[in-house]
Ligand binder design. Sequence first.
Ligand SMILES: [Zn+2]
Length: 361
Amino acid sequence: MASTSFKAANAARFKPGGSFTGGNSRVELPAIVNGNYILDSPARFLYCSSTMKNEFPKTLQQAIIYFSDAENCTNFLSQLRWPEGVECPNCDGREVSYLSTRCLWKCKACKKQFSVKVGSIMEDSPIGLDKWLAAIWLIANAKNGISSMEIHRSLGVTQKSAWFLLHRIRKAMQNGSFVKLSGHVEVDETYIGGKARNMHISKRKHLGSRDTGKIAVMGLLERHGKVRTMVIEGTKRGHLHSQVAKHVESGSNVYTDALRSYNELGQEFIHGVINHAERYVDGLIHTNGIENFWSLLKRSIKGTYVSVEPFHLFRYLDEQAFRFNTRKGTDADRFVKAVAVLTGKRLTYEELIGKKTETAH
Ligand SMILES: [Zn+2]
């Protein structure tokens, strides 16, 4: 292996379509499709443990030790990002040399140097890869989320940096899938928050229910599949129908409660209604799955984040949906899936605080 080029060695490490074994452990890696949206197309890569100094970490403690080594961080991130060999983000050149002392590559064609952070959510961040990867491990696996205060205390970055870092990870976790849900889909809406008195009047204006100051949120759950969530302007027919039409394949079975806004869903879907005043389950007709998701979400918002600004609520929804949608995997699986979606996304501080409009990615 020592005589092969970096590119060849890299290509040998991953083989699309295989499974991935690291020593005695087996970690399923998601496929990278167009650099994005890998969570919808899980494939496996063959991964040879011999290319890693140690076995791939399984626990937070092992992850912190493993990623305290800068070379381990760079190897892991580059193998995940460029399974076919390192590619220059500037000119797509494949002929690159690795400057191991600085963990940088230099492109032979355009002469530019680049790190594995370039073109990812971590670009321009002065925070080291060791801390980024530890933070990702924490947020991907903490059932009830993790606050910026906890990240500040455990990783030794300022709370402001921790807050920005966590929001960038949430941005990466955003589901960008265009594949519609199908089969049996539970649809429900709920309200989050509700401390209207703490809010600026301009924010209160945008809320779905002005009296309580709560924000309307909608969830769609494909049974035995994935959940999608979104902040909605209100719970009138137009608000709800448009989301169901956008996210669910027509002709699917859709289950809702007896809210009248859902009344006409039967025109496009097989609509099952459960009237909670009478009962909660009627054969296949129930919304227990999505209700369970709401309780997890509310527990994490109340317990961990204490309060969430309405402007940022959708990011917490993305975070909770990510963990829910990867619930069947191990901690290492969830971590790898979160890291794999870092590329191709950006979020500047100005965008985060609303001074600039976020660009669509
Ligand atoms: Zn180049």
